[in-house]
Design a protein around this ligand. Structure first.
Ligand code: UDP
Length: 240
């Protein structure tokens, strides 16, 4: 069985969240360096306009379907993906794994106060997890000291919250220098971990309406939703 589904040039993993977590656990145990991208329609549409970003995403080991739009797109293409695998859920499950197995985790990104608060919350919620290090996300991208700090932490998992496309570009640029680790861009997740931004309640998420909740609670983001119709149009054109 083919285990990838191509959507507008990106090979998405045909996986449930649980299978993805099991795969990652296995990779961590074997120190297998891994780059994971969680992509939504906005990211796909951005990559179609930025070839360097497209190449970066294509270099990832796993691309997971973070967004109801991607699932819808896979259905339109008659190659349905099993379920939405939200980046934030993968992050939370990996924090649980890290807590169970006393793994070393690095947190890079978000504002200084946000990352400090997020790390404090993580320390109390996941007491066995080892904080390999953390740093806010407003540094000069050409500053090599950040990459060195991450490398020297020898972390099992590195979460990078710089927003897209920055976070994936940063991971790809530094990937070869790291000896091991699971590297994943996590967008605004640290803002949620710090308690600054609330996630949609479970029922909304189950109904695939997280996007609507975000739209209502963070109306400034509404413009970002405008890419969805363009994404669907592009899928339909590809089908023809
Ligand atoms: N951010 C950062 N450095 C930057 C730009 C953004 O650390 O140079 C952080 C920002 O503070 C926020 C996250 O990256 O915590 C972006 O969140 P958003 O929800 O906008 O992510 P996206 O959906 O764009 O991936």
């Amino acid at each position: 069985m083919k285990n990838k589904v191509n959507i507008l040039g990106l090979d998405f993993d045909k996986t449930t969240k649980q299978d993805m977590i099991n795969t990652l656990k296995h990779k961590i145990q074997h120190h297998k360096k891994t780059f994971i991208v969680t992509a939504n329609p906005e990211i796909v549409m951005y990559a179609l306009k930025d070839q360097e970003y497209m190449n970066t995403l294509q270099s990832a080991d796993h691309i997971i379907a973070d967004g109801a739009g991607i699932i819808m797109g896979s259905k339109l293409l008659k190659t349905p993906l099993p379920e939405r695998v939200a980046g934030f859920d993968v992050l939370k499950d990996l924090l649980d794994v890290a807590n169970e197995e006393a793994l070393n985790v690095f947190f890079l990104g978000a504002g200084k106060k946000v990352i400090e608060q997020a790390v404090q919350n993580i320390k109390s919620e996941y007491p066995n997890l080892v904080i390999g290090g953390y740093h806010h996300g407003f540094f000069n991208e050409h500053d090599p000291s950040i990459g060195e700090m991450v490398k020297n932490s020898n972390s099992d998992i590195v979460f990078v919250a710089l927003g897209f496309p920055k976070q994936e570009k940063w991971i790809a640029k530094n990937f070869d220098t790291f000896a091991k680790g699971i590297f994943m861009g996590v967008g605004g997740s640290f803002d949620i971990l710090a308690g600054k931004v609330k996630r949609a309640p479970l029922l909304w998420r189950k109904l695939n309406l997280e996007w609507l909740y975000r739209l209502i609670t963070q109306p400034a983001r509404w413009k970002r939703m405008l890419v969805i119709p363009a994404f669907v149009k592009q899928i339909i054109e590809t089908k023809k």
